[in-house]
Design a protein around this ligand. Structure first.
Ligand code: SF4
Length: 376
């Protein structure tokens, strides 16, 4: 017969809390769960760190718990400039690290030139190629200050930026380089006139700005410019001329790479280099010499003895040169930490790289909220 005492015992029963059952995973499984091992044929243990599935029944699947995530997750910024950032993201699954990378490349918006109206082009660069080159020029402007231009919208000061380029190489002079510095922002919008439909109709331009963009508080002291003023657009021979207008709108990299706000965004798992035994004297020197990244160093043991140490494991590129040596292979273990990512973002100049990352996080958050709303 089940007593009240038995019921309370059953309710509070937790196998992990019994004194003779070890908590968590045994070391060899913990290693398998948390490290990728590079091998010649293919890396081992590449399954997810967050949900390895096979470890749940052992009670070792800690990372699934929200509390452990809060406890373990951290971000350390290693270096940050206006265009580049390197930071460590620790305690997160590769699926999230990769989601941020993909969102950065394809879903964080930026402004890029979508329409090029060519009034005159006598250069050797044909119109289509010229327009394509101009489309890829990064613009140093915060895309959050603009709206998307949809098919039925009129280009206005809130959704379009207009640049003008008018360069001529005078006859008798040497060839002229046309650089991005020649593109001039038109805060009042397009200056090109459309053909008037009736003889009395007032000619219109290609945009409908209700005010000058430089009168808006966000641009009054912060004129719109290009990220790099020294990109070569074309070369003009004497007598050649280019006159055009370039209209930039807001978009995302998924539509076209020109809207990607990053040159690149990439990550690698933190490499781990472990010496399994003492590597001494001549063997130590061989090990140091074998590594092109200078991961190892020599420690002086006194009495002329030398010992190899792992000095800069972070620099390891897992090239496996050190384990190609028949003798050294028994002393070196190479691994990657599954939930520690060395993240690099290079901004094209629209937003600083740290802001781009926070924008990517917001986009993922919005997606999650949409899924939750759809499920509730
Ligand atoms: S894998 Fe390559 S970079 Fe890494 S420690 Fe070995 S030799 Fe050096």
């Amino acid at each position: 017969m089940v007593t009240e005492e038995d019921k309370i015992f059953a309710k509070n029963f937790n196998i992990d809390q019994l004194p003779d059952v070890p908590a968590g995973l045994p070391p060899h499984l913990k290693l398998k769960q948390s490290r990728v091992v590079p091998k010649n044929v293919a890396p081992l243990n590449t399954d997810s760190a967050i949900y390895s599935g096979g470890y749940v029944t052992t009670g070792g699947e800690e990372s699934v718990k929200v509390e452990s995530f809060y406890e373990n997750f951290k971000v350390d910024v290693i270096s940050c400039t206006e265009t580049d950032i390197e930071f460590d993201m620790v305690g997160i699954d590769s699926s999230f690290a990769n989601a941020f990378r993909r969102i950065l490349i394809a879903e964080v918006p930026s402004m890029a030139i979508e329409k090029v109206l060519i009034a005159n082009n006598t250069s050797l660069v044909i119109d289509e190629v010229l327009a394509h080159r101009i489309g890829l020029i990064p613009i140093a402007v915060d895309p959050r200050l603009f709206e998307y231009l949809s098919e039925n919208d009129q280009p206005n000061e809130k959704n379009t930026i207009v640049f003008k380029l008018h360069v001529k190489c005078p006859k008798g002079e040497s060839r002229l380089k046309v650089l991005t510095s020649e593109l001039q922002w038109l805060p009042n919008g397009s200056e090109f006139l459309k053909e008037a439909k009736g003889s009395n109709a007032k000619p219109k331009t290609y945009t409908s700005f209700s005010c000058s963009q430089d009168s808006l508080p966000e641009f009054a002291d912060n004129p719109i410019t290009l990220s790099h003023l020294d990109i070569l657009i074309a070369k003009l021979s004497p007598g050649q001329e280019i006159e055009l207008e370039a209209h930039a709108v807001k978009g995302i990299g998924k539509t076209h790479a020109k809207w990607s706000p990053v040159g690149t965004a990439w990550y690698r798992m933190l490499p781990e280099v472990v010496l399994k035994g003492e590597v001494e004297d001549e063997l130590a020197e061989r090990l140091v010499k074998a590594c092109p990244q200078k991961v190892f160093d020599i420690e002086d043991m006194g009495n002329g003895g030398k010992r190899a140490t792992v000095a800069q494991p972070r620099k390891c590129t897992l090239c496996k040169e050190c384990v190609r040596d028949d003798e050294l292979v028994d002393f070196v273990d190479l691994r990657s930490v599954k939930d520690h990512f060395i993240y690099n973002i290079e901004s094209t100049g629209s937003l600083p790289p740290d802001v781009l990352f926070t924008e990517a996080v917001k986009i993922l958050e919005n997606k999650c909220e949409r899924v939750l709303a759809a499920l509730s």
